[in-house]
Design a protein around this ligand. Sequence first.
Ligand SMILES: Cc1ncc(COP(=O)(O)O)c(C=O)c1O
Length: 480
Amino acid sequence: MRHTQPLEIAVNRNILEMEYAVRGPIPQRAAELKKQGMTTIACNLGNPQALGQKPMTYYRQVLSLVEDPSKIERERQLKKMLKGQALAGFEATDFTSDYVLDICDHFLTNMATGMGAYSESNGPLFIREAVANFINRRDKTDGMTDNGANPDHIYLTNGASEGVRYVIDLLIADANDGLMLPIPQYPLYSAAIKRCGGVQVDYYPDEDNGWTMDASTLEKAYETAQKDGVRVKGIVVINPGNPTGAILDEKTVEEVIAFAYDKGLVIIADEVYQENVYGTKFVSFAGKIGDTNVPLFSLHSLSKGYYGECGHRGGYLEVRNAPMVGGTDLSFTDLIFKQASVNICPTTVGQLLTYLMVNPPPEGSAPYREFMQEKRSILQELRDKATMIREGFSEMEGVECFGRTGAMYLFPRLNILPEGATDFDYCMNLLEHTGLCTVNGAGFGQKEGTNHLRIAFLPPKSLIEEVLPKWIRFHNDYVR
Ligand SMILES: Cc1ncc(COP(=O)(O)O)c(C=O)c1O
């Protein structure tokens, strides 16, 4: 018999109820409008290269040669043939530098099975060693003599998202288990807790004081959760913040560590925007954890910074003070390794780019100057674009934006909206009138009674210059 209707099958309710606003109804409407021929500007996602940011030349030189190693030898032969001879129309700099060719050979020699084979599930040791060296350089720690990074406790991942899932899947053991999340938060966290059927315990950094927080902010949330019977297991910190861009200072990082120590919590430190601090100092949790026994899961990613290689999916999870698994003689690191093994391995391209991310060309090497120029110019441009948009807010009635600029986002508060309208209505109307696709504050969580939106300051300057006056006009018409 032939059935004409699709079967109906009950599914995991947690997945059914999971939400992820940055790809929710507003971007979906933007896709429809684009199909109808409207020019839309996708400021809903921190996806730099989709908005015109150029990849780092050095990364792409290595990447392309490593994927086709016959070209490495060909470049060497060509350079030998042309040594000392001028070739019409070419400069010496048109040829790949020996430094780049040597890095490619070095990578392929160490990546013994090549780019097309599965690698070790946690990533090859030489890349994990390079990650550990990067962390120790950054934090001025030493893996050998003090509580620095240990390559055996580093896991290469398909982006930070995968590392977050490894940890949250382990922590949420039943419906009473909870994790503290900053509100507003990046919805990967709410979604991961939801998927595991756990409890989201909200804590609220102080918006009017630049999204700062202290121990009392955390205490309040913890005590409320405890009264409700929630077993709080850990605290998530996003630094610099998404969506707020807030950058934590040293004292706050120390306070979070002291709080976690006091309550016996693990810390999940999402540090994917550590390069996006625009002149402010980034303070890592690993650098401040010292010799406490607070379990720390730190995440970094290829997707952000000045590299913005989101589509290549790379990053790492670093574990310090791994807890033991209750009732067994296993460590958390054993179970993270098991999860990584089930996924087989992160993409080898992501692993290569992670290796380059933690191993930039040294001063004096052939690619150094261009690399530094590109890095500075990308970060400066991001800063300039954020400044332009912030200045635009001052012309919008009832819009306030707090805190320093960090990450890739601004999260202005919309103090005035028409009677009965929400920030979702505002963002939808903004999209329909200007083509600007943002995400409304409710998608990240926000203090009750407030309205916000998040805009990624990634589009080219010329596009921002074009759309900003339209946005200001739209805004002032909409709220009046
Ligand atoms: C705070 C934060 N963490 C993690 C991620 C995910 O990063 P990845 O692309 O490395 O999975 C994002 C992406 O926007 C993010 O904003």
